[in-house]
Structures are given as C-alpha cells and as structure tokens.
Design a protein. Structure first.
Length: 203
C-alpha cells in the first residue's frame, strides 16, 4: 500500500473513528468496491499502536455494518433483479464471466457461498446482490451472512491487532491468503465438475 493511501485511511479513522469503519464496510458489502478489509486492518492496527480505538468495539461495529450492508445488497438484488445486476456490471466494469461464475457457484453451493464469500474480495462485494437476484431464502441468507461476517471481521481485526508491528508484511500475507482461497475454491469446483462428468460418462 502506498503511503498516500495509508495516510488517507489513517486520517479518516482518526477523524471519524468507528463511523469510518461502519460506513466503509456497509457500502462495500452493499456492493460498492471499497477497501473494507484494509480499513478494518488499519483500525485494528491503530487500536494496537495508538489506543484511539478499542478492538472489541471495532469487531462489534464492523460485524453489524458488514451484516447490514449485505442485507441491503440482498434487498436491492431481490427487488431490482437481473436488470439491476446488469447496470451494476456496467457501472463498475465487472466482466460478464465473473458474474456468470458467481451465479453458477451460488446455484451449486447455495448459502455456503455466502459464508466463504466474506474471505474473497470480489465475491464479498457481489454476494449480497447476487443472493437477492437468485432469490435465496432470506432467513438462510441472514444466518450464513452473519456467521461469515462475524468470523471474517474477528479474524481480520485480530490479525491487525496482534501483528500491528508488521503492517506491510501483514498486507502482503493477506493478499496471498486471498489468492490461496480463490485457488482452493476453483480446485474444489473443478474436481466436482470432473467427477460429475466422469460419473455421467460411466452410465
């Protein structure tokens, strides 16, 4: 991360505190591409280094904001349907194959996708609207959405706090972690697809 971006995010947190965390995570989980993960890490880092924020409150505020944001995204997707998804795609220049892959993943794995989407930047942004467009049962969505938000926020916040002295290294390792999750998900999907094709050929 460049020092300019770091300073901008740090200034926002110093100036607005928990509100900066809440608004950023609310908008990111609604479907706006914002650095929610980074600002959550930085807030936890500041809780460690400057004590201007408190880690338990960061976790509570971020979990509520992330959960509410995804529910708002779900509502928008449910009411707007595919036309809204297509407009969203054009505004943020999202490739068609990305949305198609997301739809296939949701259709196959359902609510589990909502849970694990928290840990992947691209999926985290579109999970709520996509679940709404695909008419996932709301109660199921709420449960897995909250569980995923609580685990993701707790893990990221703990990492930012415990490894505050190694900020740059933490960001690099987190990027590798995200990539590893994407690779693992693709590997599982590829294996299931291969097994399905093999079973179909054997009949």
């Amino acid at each position: 991360m460049t020092s300019d971006i770091f300073d901008l995010l740090r200034h926002s947190l110093v100036q607005y505190g928990y509100w900066a965390v809440a608004v950023t995570l609310l908008l990111e989980n609604t479907g706006v591409p914002l650095p929610g993960e980074t600002i959550l890490l930085l807030a936890s880092f500041l809780a460690y280094s400057e004590h201007s924020l408190r880690l338990p409150w960061i976790i509570v505020v971020a979990t509520v904001a992330a959960t509410a944001g995804d529910n708002l995204g779900y509502l928008l997707g449910h009411r707007g349907g595919r036309p809204l998804l297509e407009r969203y795609q054009n505004i943020f220049r999202i490739r068609t194959e990305v949305l198609e892959r997301g739809e296939r993943t949701f259709a196959r794995y359902g609510a589990v996708t909502v849970f694990f989407a928290r840990f992947v930047f691209g999926l985290r942004i579109i999970a709520g609207p996509m679940a709404g467009v695909l008419r996932m049962p709301w109660r199921t969505f709420v449960l897995f959405n909250f569980l995923g938000a609580a685990l993701w926020v707790s893990a990221i916040s703990a990492a930012g706090y415990l490894f505050g002295r190694h900020w740059e290294r933490l960001l690099r390792n987190l990027e590798r972690f995200n990539i590893a999750i994407v690779v693992a998900v693709l590997a599982v999907v590829g294996y299931l697809w291969w097994r399905k094709r093999r079973n179909a050929s054997a009949r």
